[in-house]
Write a protein that binds this ligand. Structure first.
Ligand code: ADP
Length: 571
């Protein structure tokens, strides 16, 4: 089995089944067999036993060889009594206690099963507003978010992993200023990512330096008028100091909404890669691009034939997941089986670039992204069309932008997820992110366990180019990056540039080009050096909107005490 030490640690701590005594009751091989069998069972609705067995073997091989992995809940739960297989959920919050606490309960159950939840709190009346039933005053969206945060804190102790939430508030909600500063105290909403729901109208008001009205969500009356630029400044100052809030661009999302007759999309899952309607969920899977590199003569190239058939297999796998999934909520079952949204993405992008010896911050890398993602878009569409022929179109197809020309089985097909854990299992770089460091410690991923690592591709590269020495490794371990090390040639330094050495513009260019081909969204963190200024962030956020990303998240190095990744491993 090709597993790294870190992969085994991750698998053992959360993914492999245990018996009642808490002892491991499954090997990684058996895990993949369990998942392949559970997912291939869907085939029986259309095909014979032997066809189901054929697909079971194909799914198993592709996971075992780390070509493709589904999102964590599928790995954890497939074929178990829980069988909840989706990573991403959005739940509604209406302006009454019944809705708020029903959703709180539903969120707790979803989180217990390893899923992440997104909520848009904008329908809630603002703080200090009148409550007609009691004559008292409303506590407002931010105070309810704290209730959700607290519930997550407690659920995580008994659940599969620490929960993740997305909280969104629209930019014209009267409590928007309180929301924007709500993560100043790091502990207050520690289980939430927060994003401001931005409209084009607001961005235009910022550009033209106009006033901006905050509007009561129920009465629609104007509660307060502020300067758009003042609110913008508050947003970016907070992003500078804590990484939050990010932005979600609601008009861009709805311009690409394939099912507008069902309503506007106002929310995303926790990491932002899937915009969803209330009660919708989405299951994700990612293809490990580093496994598609082959040597041709003296050059490395991508094997597109193998990639094409893996995309086709992955779309079928994710379609099957919709069939065999156990839905915790009846509303979710109804909408998911009607829209059939899936999110196939990638991991190992940085590793692929290294194997092809292309710097992340190069035009060649961007052109390759166009080529690879165009291929993903075409192949995933073909696979969905083919499945529609075999199994039928999705129920709401006639309400979708694809009607009547393209008979599809899935309202959406692609999504770039962070692959935070599955990339560790696959032992490759996460998602479309550059290397964070050439040597690093990864803490807090597994509740305090520390995993350390020198990038194996770097070691291979040094050995191949006769640059390897123990002394050099010690130097690299000190800081986690290479730029200051004299004996390393410039070309090597360019190929192994790390996230903070790559300018924010290049980070954004990657997000933009991937978004262009992805019908859901792209989860990406624009990493910034500690010295980045508030106006740097303003520029990035503004450019992200102009270039039609669906959302944007930045992180300035050291702006939070508890970072997931720290550079260098020797300290
Ligand atoms: P993985 O690598 O574990 O499959 P990703 O890092 O790709 O997961 O995240 C995909 C989605 O899974 C996130 O956007 C979120 O919806 C959900 N998710 C991620 N981490 C958690 C978590 N700790 N708890 C609940 N949901 C999570």
């Amino acid at each position: 089995m090709p597993f790294s030490k870190n992969a085994l640690k991750v698998l053992e701590s959360r993914y492999l089944r245990r018996n009642l005594k808490g002892e491991l009751a499954e090997t990684p091989d058996e895990l993949f067999m369990r998942v392949a069998k559970a997912v291939a069972e869907a085939e029986l609705a259309w095909g014979t036993h032997s066809e189901a067995e054929k697909w079971q073997a194909i799914f198993y091989e592709s996971m075992k060889n780390l070509l493709f992995l589904p999102n964590s809940p599928t790995l954890m739960n497939a074929g178990t009594s829980l069988n909840q297989l989706s990573a991403c959920f959005v739940l509604p919050i209406e302006d009454n206690l019944d809705s708020i606490f029903t959703t709180l309960k539903n969120a707790a159950m979803i989180q217990q099963s390893g899923g992440g939840t997104g909520f848009n709190f904008s329908q809630l009346r603002p703080k200090n507003d009148l409550i007609s039933v009691t004559g008292g005053e409303a506590s407002g969206p931010v105070s309810f978010m704290k209730v959700f945060n607290c519930a997550t804190e407690h659920v995580k102790h008994g659940g599969k992993r620490r929960g993740a939430n997305m909280g969104i508030l629209k930019v014209d909600h009267p409590d928007i200023e309180e929301f924007v500063v709500s993560k100043t105290d790091e502990k207050a909403l520690n289980n939430f990512n927060i994003s401001v729901g931005i409209t084009d109208k607001f961005m235009q008001a910022v550009e033209k330096d106009e006033t901006w009205e905050l509007i009561h969500p129920n009465s629609k009356s104007i509660i307060k008028t502020i300067k758009a630029k003042d609110l913008w400044r508050l947003i970016i100052e907070n992003a500078w100091s804590s990484g939050d809030p990010g932005l979600v661009f609601l008009d861009t999302i709805n311009a690409g909404n394939p099912l507008l007759p069902l309503g506007k999309i106002e929310c995303t899952n926790p990491c932002g890669e899937v915009p969803l309607l209330p009660y919708e969920s989405c299951n994700l899977g990612s293809i490990n691009l580093s496994k598609f590199v082959e040597q041709e003569g003296r050059k490395n190239i991508i094997n597109f034939t193998k990639l094409g058939s893996t995309i086709e297999m992955a779309i079928r796998f994710l379609d099957n997941v919709i069939e065999v999934n156990h839905y915790l909520l009846p509303q979710t079952k109804t909408i998911v089986t009607a829209n059939r949204k899936i999110g196939l993405g990638i991991m190992g992008w940085a590793d692929l670039l290294i194997m092809l010896e292309l710097p992340y911050d190069s035009n060649e890398a961007i052109s390759l992204a166009h080529q690879v993602m165009k291929f993903f878009k075409e192949k995933s569409l073909e696979a969905s069309v083919q499945l529609a022929k075999e199994r039928g179109v999705f129920k709401n197809w006639e309400k979708s932008i694809f009607y009547p020309n393209i008979k599809l089985r899935h309202a959406t097909r692609l999504s770039i997820a962070p692959t935070g854990t599955i990339s560790i299992i696959a032992d490759t770089s996460s998602s479309i992110e550059p290397l964070f460091a050439v040597a690093y410690r990864r803490s807090h991923v597994l509740d305090g366990n520390i995993l350390s690592e020198i990038n194996p591709l770097f070691i291979d590269y040094l050995k191949k180019n006769k640059l390897y020495s123990e002394g050099l490794m010690d130097e690299v371990k000190e800081t986690g990056y290479l730029q200051h090390i004299k004996q390393i040639p410039a070309a090597t330094k360019n190929v192994f540039k790390t996230a903070l050495e790559i300018s924010p513009d290049w980070h954004l260019k990657h997000q933009v080009v991937f978004q262009r081909y992805v019908d859901n969204a792209v989860s990406k963190t624009i990493n910034l050096a500690e010295t980045a200024s508030v106006s740097d962030i303003s520029e990035i956020y503004l450019n992200a909107w102009k270039q039609k990303t669906k959302g944007i998240t930045i992180f300035r190095y050291n702006s939070k005490n508890k970072q997931v990744l720290e550079k260098g491993i020797s300290s």
